[in-house]
Ligand binder design. Structure first.
Ligand code: DC
Length: 345
C-alpha cells in the first residue's frame, strides 16, 4: 500500500451554487469511478477555487453527495494574471496498491487544456481466453488489480447457472430445455467488494458454492447450451461497457468481445497444467495421482475445444502467451506490458 494523489480540475459557467455543485459532484464522481475507489480508500479531498467563485464551497456539495467520512477542505487559489477563470481544482489522496502511473486524473470542461500530459489515458478491453488450468483467473485478476481495470470472470456466471440447476433438481444434460425454460427466473448479480468478484444467485451469495466440484461439472454442461450462452454473452457485453475491463473465459475474443483492443490466449502445456494442479492438491494434503489429473486435463481440453457452440479456440488476432516456463509474477508482468502497449496504440 502506498499513498497516491489523484488530480482533477473543472470550470463552471456561472458563479452559482447550482453550477458549483454540479461541477464538483461530476468531478469527484468521475475520479471515484475511473479509479475504482471506495470511501475507505480515500484519505482526504482538497479543493481550491479561483477568487471568482464565491457562491458555495465545493466540499459542501461533495458532503451532500454522501461522502461524509473523508476529511474535506476548500482553499482559495492564488489570484494570478492570465490564470484560468472560474476553476475548481481538486487533489484526492488515496491508499492504493497501484503505481503512480495508474492514477486516472480527471480534467473536465475548460480545464481539459490545463494538463494534457496527465489527462485521461485510454482504457481498453482485454479478452483473456485459454484452457482450464492455465492460471487465467488468478493471473487476470492480479493484472486487472494492478491496472485499475475491472476484472470479469465469466466462468463464474456459467457456474452460477449450474448452481441454480443443482438447487432446483434439474438434470442439466438430460433436460437442458427445462433449464432454458427457467432462464427468466435466474437473476445473476455480480458485485465487486475490495476488487473481489462476488456472485449472487437470486439475491443469495453463492461465491463459495460455485467453486464446489458439482458446480464445476455442472458449469461445463451449462456452457454447452446455446440459449444459456446467448443470455450470458449479452450480460457480459453490457458489463464490458466502454473499456477498462479485463474479461476471462473461453470465447471472449471469438464471441463476446470480438472488437477487444487486446486479445490474449493464455495457455500452458498439458504436463505443466497437470503438475500445477497436482501441487495444489498435494499442498492441501489431498489424495492425488499425477497421471489421473493429467488425463482429466486432456479430457477437459477435448470437451472445451469440441463442443458444438462457441468451442474454445485461439482467435486469429490473439497473442499467444504460453506460461509453461513462466512464474506467476512473470506472466502477470507480460500481460501488463501488453496492455500498456495496447493502450498507447
Ligand atoms: O473457467 P471456469 O472453470 O470457471 O469455467 C467454468 C465452465 O464454464 C467451464 O466448463 C468452461 C465454461 N466457460 C465457457 O464455456 N465460456 C466462458 N466464457 C467461460 C467459461
Amino acid at each position: 500500500m502506498a499513498v497516491r494523489a489523484i488530480r482533477g480540475a473543472t470550470t463552471i459557467e456561472e458563479n452559482t451554487a447550482e453550477c458549483i455543485t454540479r461541477a464538483s459532484v461530476e468531478m469527484i464522481d468521475k475520479i471515484i469511478k475511473k479509479n475504482n475507489l471506495s470511501a475507505d480508500d480515500m484519505i482526504d479531498i482538497l479543493f481550491t477555487v479561483t477568487p471568482d467563485i464565491t457562491a458555495m464551497f465545493p466540499a459542501a456539495a461533495v458532503r451532500k453527495m454522501g461522502i461524509t467520512d473523508v476529511p474535506l477542505l476548500d482553499m482559495a487559489a492564488p489570484d494570478i494574471d492570465g490564470a484560468l477563470k472560474m476553476c475548481i481544482r481538486v487533489m484526492v489522496h488515496i491508499n492504493t496498491d497501484m503505481g503512480n502511473d495508474r492514477m486516472r486524473h480527471v480534467y473536465l470542461n475548460g480545464a481539459r487544456k490545463l494538463r494534457p500530459d496527465i489527462a485521461e489515458k485510454s482504457r481498453i478491453s482485454v479478452a483473456v481466453d485459454g484452457p482450464a488450468g492455465a492460471g487465467k483467473s488468478s493471473v487476470a485478476r492480479a493484472a486487472a488489480q494492478r491496472l485499475g481495470y475491472v476484472y470479469i470472470d465469466t466462468g463464474a456466471m456459467y457456474r452460477t447457472v449450474a448452481v441454480y440447476a443443482l438447487e432446483n433438481g434439474i438434470d442439466i444434460k438430460a433436460e437442458p430445455e427445462k433449464l432454458v425454460s427457467q432462464l427468466d427466473k435466474i437473476k445473476i448479480d455480480i458485485k465487486y467488494e475490495d476488487g473481489v468478484q462476488r456472485m449472487y444467485l437470486n439475491g443469495a451469495d453463492v461465491t463459495g458454492r460455485i467453486r464446489q466440484s458439482d458446480a464445476s461439472m455442472g458449469a461445463s454442461a451449462v456452457a454447452a447450451i446455446a440459449d444459456v450462452r446467448t443470455r450470458l454473452v449479452a450480460m457480459q457485453r453490457e458489463m464490458a461497457g466502454d473499456g477498462g475491463v479485463l474479461m476471462d473465459g473461453r470465447d471472449i475474443a471469438t464471441a463476446v468481445l470480438p472488437n477487444a483492443e487486446l486479445k490474449i490466449y493464455l495457455t500452458a502445456s498439458v504436463e505443466e497444467r497437470a503438475m500445477r494442479r497436482y501441487r495444489e492438491y498435494a499442498e492441501k494434503g489431498a489424495e492425488c495421482d499425477y497421471e489421473t489429473i493429467k488425463a482429466d486435463v486432456i479430457k477437459r481440453d477435448y470437451d472445451d475445444m469440441n463442443r458444438a457452440v462457441s468451442p474454445l479456440r485461439r482467435a486469429e488476432d490473439a497473442v499467444l502467451l504460453d506460461s509453461s516456463a513462466l512464474t506467476f509474477e512473470e506472466t502477470v508482468d507480460k500481460i501488463l506490458e501488453m496492455v500498456k502497449e495496447a493502450e498507447q496504440r
